[in-house]
Write a protein that binds this ligand. Structure first.
Ligand code: SF4
Length: 65
């Protein structure tokens, strides 16, 4: 199973919670973060990042292969 990680930069308020909880895959890029990888085999800490995001700007989708 692969997962797609989607970040809604419009909705994002740049609070940095995702970077704090998941520095492995979230890095600040200007005033808002971007995911380092948008397609992964293991969702890892991005799951926690999505749960912590106050505006629900991080979406995780299963990729059908
Ligand atoms: S936790 Fe959500 S709102 Fe905060 S910086 Fe990350 S994506 Fe943006």
């Amino acid at each position: 199973m692969k997962y797609l990680i989607k970040h809604d930069r419009e909705a994002c308020i740049g609070c940095g919670a995702c970077v704090a909880v998941c520095p492995d895959n979230w890095k600040m890029n200007g005033d808002k973060p971007d995911p380092v990888k948008t397609e992964v085999d293991e969702i890892g800490c991005t799951k926690q990042a999505a749960e912590q995001c106050p505006v629900d700007a991080i979406k995780i989708e299963e990729k059908n292969e």
